[in-house]
Design a protein around this ligand. Structure first.
Ligand SMILES: Cc1cc2nc3c(=O)[nH]c(=O)nc-3n(C[C@H](O)[C@H](O)[C@H](O)COP(=O)(O)O)c2cc1C
Length: 157
C-alpha cells in the first residue's frame, strides 16, 4: 500500500501538521505542493489533496493543478483546515473536480486551524492551539479508514 498526499499549506502550516499526523499511522508520503510535479501520482494506490481554505475553497493553485492533471489517480481523498472547520462545504469543490475527472474520492476530512488573517492577527489569531491532539487523532482515524477503503476496493476488483 502506497499513499501520497499533496499538501498546499501556506498560512500557518496547519494542514501540513495534519498530513504529518496521518503519516505517523499510514504508509503516506507527503509532497509539499511546490514539489508536486516530482511525483507520479499514478504510482500510488490513492492520492490525497489537502490544503488550507482560502475564500471558501481550497486555494486556486491546488484547484488549477488538479484541473491540469492529464490523468487523475484512480482513488483519492481530500482534506483541509480552516477557520470555521466547515469541511463539508469547503472540500466540495475539490471533490467535485476530482470526481468530474474520474477519480473515486474515498473520504473527506477537515478541522479547525489557527488563523491570523487580517484583523484576526490583532488578537493573536482565532483557533489558538488548533489543530490539537483531538484533531490529530481524528485525522489518523480518517487515514486508517482510507487505507481500509482502498483495500476493499482492490479486493472487489
Ligand atoms: C487569505 C485567507 C483566506 C481564508 N479564507 C477562509 C475561509 O474562507 N473560510 C475559513 O473558514 N477560513 C479561511 N481562512 C483561514 C485558513 O483556512 C486557516 O487558517 C487554515 O488552517 C490555513 O491552513 P494552512 O496553515 O495549512 O495554510 C483563510 C485564511 C487566509 C490567510
Amino acid at each position: 500500500m502506497k499513499l501520497l498526499a499533496i499538501v498546499h499549506s501556506t498560512h500557518m502550516g496547519n494542514t501540513m501538521q495534519i498530513a504529518e499526523a496521518m503519516a505517523e499511522v499510514a504508509p503516506l508520503t507527503i509532497a509539499p505542493f511546490e514539489d508536486a510535479d516530482k511525483y507520479n501520482l499514478l504510482q500510488y494506490d490513492a492520492v490525497g489533496f489537502g490544503g488550507g481554505i482560502n475564500a471558501g475553497s481550497h486555494d486556486n493553485k491546488l484547484l488549477e493543478y488538479v484541473k491540469k492533471l492529464k490523468e487523475v489517480p484512480k482513488y483519492s481523498f481530500v482534506f483541509s483546515t480552516s477557520a470555521t472547520g466547515k469541511s463539508r462545504k469547503y472540500n466540495a469543490k475539490l471533490i467535485k473536480l476530482l470526481e468530474s475527472k474520474g477519480s473515486k474520492v474515498l473520504g473527506s476530512f477537515g478541522c479547525k486551524g489557527l488563523c491570523k488573517f487580517f484583523i484576526f492577527a490583532l488578537v493573536g489569531g482565532v483557533n489558538k492551539g488548533r489543530p490539537n491532539t483531538d484533531d490529530f487523532d481524528a485525522a489518523q482515524s480518517f487515514i486508517e479508514d482510507v487505507v481500509k477503503s482502498v483495500e476493499r476496493e482492490k479486493q472487489s476488483k
